[in-house]
Design a protein around this ligand. Sequence first.
Ligand code: FES
Length: 125
Amino acid sequence: MALAFRLNCLVLKPRICSLFRQPYVNSSTTELKKGIKGTYIAKKIPAFKKLEANKRYSWCECGLSKKQPFCDGSHKGTEFKPIRLKFDQSKSVLLCQCKQTSNPPYCDMTHVSVMFSSLKDIFKK
Ligand code: FES
């Protein structure tokens, strides 16, 4: 299944498949595109992560981190700050990477509308 998807991406639909893999980038520049919340759209799909008990994590809110979905300090100079996470027990979570969620740091499926916006941009070309 995964191989078939990759083959399909490589041969048939590279522009469509790029919707899922790449950051949402302005087509005329290499800058990340901002979403309606003013944060940058790092990726258009959530990250499934298993977070260890009693370990601290910082979820990137601004979208500029190169270590998505976690913070690497790139938010300095912006109005955004990372959201700290720590659990008593290990937990598997779906972390937002489009940075448009209404329930940060968790995915609330808002990325689907981000993908549709990307589709509109692709078919405008
Ligand atoms: S990845 Fe942002 S809402 Fe799903």
